[in-house]
Write a protein that binds this ligand. Structure first.
Ligand SMILES: CC(C)(COP(=O)(O)OP(=O)(O)OC[C@H]1O[C@@H](n2cnc3c(N)ncnc32)[C@H](O)[C@@H]1OP(=O)(O)O)[C@@H](O)C(=O)NCCC(=O)NCCS
Length: 173
């Protein structure tokens, strides 16, 4: 079992380093059926780089890119949260299919909460935690988020890909 993952903020890299990381992201793969739950990794991080409210990260383990995730401010309602601004939205989260099942997902989700808490402290933007929505059929996702300390806050029917659960982890807990 690996003990740590690193989140590399693509926005904070210079152009050369960002290009190298984007090349690695282009090589990430999903398992059959998982496209129902998440988008194409390269497209998602490029969309994140193009929008001020989003912060895309590469997840690294042992020096290799193993996944991606994005934190977004002012968009928590997209996960069924009652308001947009009291929580960061975690979206675009995946671990490469060849690296799944090693516990990296829970480590990365927990690292995302730490990164979000630091952003809030730095910006004084007032979020109290991180929220996400996960498809009810996505048992690996539900389990990984639970392991990372996210708590089920009920059903969310607003997504385009079937019934979801809203899950939340506060910075306090
Ligand atoms: C959800 C995801 C991020 C979890 O990451 P991960 O690193 O595989 O997480 P874990 O190693 O903790 O595995 C989670 C669960 O799936 C199971 N699992 C994952 N991959 C597996 C594999 N290849 N073989 C067997 N079991 C596997 C694990 O046993 C674990 O189950 P458990 O908690 O009941 O023991 C990853 O599966 C993924 O990227 N899925 C596709 C994209 C996606 O669904 N993203 C989330 C959208 S909200």
């Amino acid at each position: 079992m690996l003990e740590s993952v690193w989140l590399i903020s693509l926005q904070d890299l210079d152009d050369d380093a960002r290009a190298i990381h984007l090349g690695a992201v282009a090589g990430l793969e999903l398992a059959p059926g998982q496209h129902d739950f998440v988008g194409d990794p390269l497209r998602m991080v490029l969309a994140g780089l193009a929008e001020d409210s989003r912060r895309p990260y590469v997840i690294e383990a042992d020096g290799d890119a193993v996944g991606v995730l994005t934190l977004q401010a002012g968009a928590a309602r997209l996960a069924g949260w009652p308001d947009d601004d009291s929580a960061w939205l975690l979206r675009g989260f995946l671990i490469d299919r060849r690296q799944q099942g090693r516990g990296l997902g829970p480590l990365a989700a927990a690292a995302a909460v730490e990164a979000a808490a630091k952003l809030t402290a730095r910006q004084g933007s007032g979020e109290a935690g991180v929220v996400l929505s996960v498809n009810e059929r996505n048992s690996a996702g539900l389990s990984a988020y639970r392991s990372a300390g996210f708590v089920d806050h009920g059903p969310y029917l607003g997504g385009s890909s079937g019934p979801q659960r809203t899950m939340y982890r506060s910075f306090a807990g």
